[in-house]
Ligand binder design. Structure first.
Ligand code: C2O
Ligand code: CU
Length: 469
């Protein structure tokens, strides 16, 4: 195992090194054309020169996979080809799409076997920052690199910026020779925080950097693609306005200097560069051992004499409003188990299993006393019904709870009601916290609800909702 954590890879905040690296070129779809998207083995230079390249699994053999970018209201079409040694599928995280395109292997489609193909084709109703990733054995497949950015441009009123960068954050567990470490089924990881790595990359590089201009305004789209790491992000030399969370615009942008980004979550920032020409702005990551540079923005000149005014909000996406919540159905989801949890057993294959039997089956968590995907949905909901989902974290760990096919708003914290929060598709629920979210179930189909710490999901934190058509 490479140790200590990122010692050789991430300079401390005061360091400076700038090599510009860019995402693979975008492939823009011509009308009617179907572009292939191939899952295959590839190599990536995750570690700096002097270390070997890393063998990865990637879409089109790269990590991140190719940027997919289109206009709100248009159709994404990809001819997915599986050239991996095992079955896989593609999930389009956060897109409120038709259920049969959701890419959940074993639920919305069979996993695509090696050598086989699957045609993905779906409408994108919302503008924003999304991502795609494998949804079969994802705790291993995503960890090996099977993810990429999915950017939907505003149909109108895109903000005026001097540049735009998408940053996919990942946390790898690498060996001394910079290869993806094994041990994917390690129940110690599964029952604790998940597979926390020792090597952080942005867009597949250990030191990501792009030039900027003083007083320039940049749109930064951040995606946390790691299996389990929660990033605590800070900024220096820039004023950062939060424009959107999980693809959904805030009504009024909020200026913050720090953000939490849990696995699966996204954040859109407008960053106004305050650092002067010759200086450097940066995003940082606060870790136990100190603060590290996550992304560096060397300032190579000036674009205007003074800072721009605070931005106005992005145009809202067409998500149905919540309406009154007084008499709506409350669905309870009790999160149980894990290390230091008090779970003695859970239902497994329809039978009560004790901790030891659970562990033998790779289950260390449970939802409502069930450790595997239940045959029956957590709730059977009429299309258009508004529901409350009360998530009770009785474990000793935070969980990044993700709902497929919908975005929700937080309306309660422990026993306190609160004004509806921003739309999200993934929410961090802290230990011993109860969070209630509300959403209009307007998208028919069977939709997963799971922890996006991928080891937790595999270890028992997975269930589903049915929205009737
Ligand atoms: Cu980002 Cu069920 O997934
Ligand atoms: Cu979790």
């Amino acid at each position: 195992m490479m140790d200590p954590y990122r010692r050789r890879l991430h300079r401390l905040v005061l360091g400076s090194a700038t090599t510009a690296v860019a995402l693979p070129p975008l492939r823009i779809a011509l009308a009617g054309e179907t572009i292939p998207l191939t899952a295959r083995v590839g190599t990536a230079r995750l570690a700096p020169a002097g270390h070997p390249e890393t063998s990865i699994w990637g879409f089109d053999g790269t990590v991140p996979g190719p940027g997919i970018r289109t206009r709100q209201g248009s159709t994404v079409r990809r001819q997915f080809i599986n050239q991996l040694p095992e079955p896989t599928s593609v999930h389009w995280h956060g897109i409120r799409l038709a259920n049969n395109m959701d890419g959940v292997a074993g639920m919305t489609q069979p996993a695509v076997p090696p050598g086989d193909t699957f045609q993905y084709e779906f409408l994108v109703p919302d503008a924003g920052t999304f991502w795609y990733h494998s949804h079969n054995r994802s705790w291993e497949q995503v960890a090996r690199g099977l993810y990429g950015p999915l950017i939907i441009e505003e149909a109108e009123q895109a903000p005026d910026v001097d540049g735009e960068y998408t940053l996919l954050l990942d946390d790898w567990r690498l060996t001394d020779d910079a290869q993806v470490a094994g041990g994917f089924g390690n129940l110690h990881d599964w029952s604790h925080a998940g597979r926390i790595g020792n090597w952080i990359t942005v867009n597949g590089h250990s030191s990501w950097s792009e030039p900027t201009l003083n007083h320039g305004r940049y749109r930064l789209r951040l995606v946390n693609a790691s299996n389990a790491r929660v990033f605590r992000i800070g900024s220096r030399g820039m004023a950062t306005h939060v424009m959107a969370l999980d693809g959904m615009p805030l009504q009024v942008p909020e200026q913050h200097a720090q953000f939490t980004l849990a696995p699966g979550q996204r954040i859109d920032l407008l960053a106004d560069i305050m650092a002067g020409s010759g200086g450097e702005a940066m995003l940082t990551s606060a870790e136990r051992r100190g603060t590290y540079v996550l992304a560096s923005f060397p300032v190579t000149g000036s674009v205007r004499a003074r800072q721009l005014q605070a931005p106005v909000g992005l145009p809202p996406n067409p998500v149905p409003p919540l309406g009154k919540l007084a008499d709506v159905r409350r669905i309870r989801l009790l999160m149980q188990g894990g290390a230091m949890g008090r779970l003695d057993g859970a239902l497994l294959n329809g039978k009560m299993a004790d901790r030891r039997e659970m562990a033998r089956a790779g289950k260390v968590w449970a939802f409502n006393g069930m450790a595997d995907m239940p045959d029956a949905p957590l709730a059977d909901i009429a299309r258009g019904e508004t529901v409350l989902l009360e998530m009770i974290n009785s474990t000793a760990w935070p969980h990044a709870m993700h709902l497929h096919g919908h975005h929700f708003r937080r309306v309660g914290d422990n026993d306190n009601k609160q004004a509806p929060g921003p739309l999200r598709d993934t929410l961090l629920v802290n230990r011993n916290q109860t969070v209630t979210v509300a959403f209009v179930a307007d998208n028919p189909g069977d939709w997963l609800v799971h922890c996006h710490m991928l080891e937790h999901a595999a270890g028992g934190m997975m269930t589903w909702l049915r929205v009737r058509s």
